[in-house]
Design a protein around this ligand. Structure first.
Ligand code: DC
Length: 229
């Protein structure tokens, strides 16, 4: 059976991971959340005090990159693939606001990106993969058969992320989530190295007013077109 590569890019909290997971499960493909990899590096940076406020000790980080091993392991019970930093499960820890606040700074470092991109390309070398992120259709898999670019209004995105995070942190304010999303949008799309932009051959999906099911049905049609091409 023909296997394809599916690249899903877009701004923060546009539902990329939800869609990517659904698709991977449906197609029995590997799912990779590339953002979790940058988040794992950000966690390493915080744990090793390589950042002071928002001032990253870039030189020190580059010197320690060889000590960072980012992997994924499938959790059979939860039926999800979880991210590991140096063999420790950090799947929950990488979702914290502390990590969210610094991850976009860390992901501007070219050496960090090169290390992550090379792992990502290895994981996708046999196709049959759905990967979501910011540069998947532009840099990681420029030849992906299907490229999607997800968008949604900033308020919709902040509300979605807030609803998710407030369950774990009841003191969280919607304003802090909105500010974080806006500043990550800015950093992710204006950075010099692999900025977020829509590849020419990517299909844009604005899901502000789409239910998960409507979105999934729409994308399955696109997948089938590519599989039958
Ligand atoms: O998808 P996410 O919000 O978990 O990603 C976290 C950060 O990682 C995001 O702000 C930008 C960065 N990132 C990136 O630069 N390139 C990717 N392919 C994926 C994420």
């Amino acid at each position: 059976m023909k296997k394809i590569t599916i690249a899903i890019d877009g701004f923060s909290s546009t539902g990329k991971s939800t869609l990517a997971k659904q698709l991977a499960q449906y197609l029995r493909y590997i799912y990779v959340d590339s953002g979790a990899m940058y988040r794992a590096v950000a966690l390493f940076v915080l744990q090793n005090e390589l950042i002071n406020g928002y001032e990253l000790k870039t030189f020190n980080l580059i010197g320690k990159l060889h000590l960072i091993k980012v992997t994924f392991k499938y959790n059979e019970a939860l039926e999800i693939s979880e991210v590991y930093l140096n063999d420790i499960n950090v799947n929950e820890a990488v979702r914290s606001m502390e990590v969210s606040n610094v991850v976009s700074i860390i992901s501007t470092v070219p050496e960090v990106r090169q290390q992550m991109v090379s792992i990502q390309q290895q994981m996708g070398s046999e196709k049959g993969i759905v990967m979501d992120g910011r540069d998947i259709g532009t840099v990681v898999f420029p030849n992906a058969e299907l490229k999607l670019f997800m968008t949604a209004s900033v308020d919709t995105r902040a509300k979605r992320r807030y609803d998710e995070l407030v369950l774990k942190d009841s003191k969280l304010s919607i304003h802090s989530v909105l500010d974080n999303i806006k500043s990550r949008d800015f950093l992710d799309s204006t950075r010099k190295e692999s900025p977020l932009f829509k590849a020419d051959d990517a299909i844009e999906i604005d899901n502000s007013n789409l239910s998960k099911k409507e979105q999934f049905d729409l994308v399955v049609k696109l997948v089938n077109t590519k599989l039958n091409a």
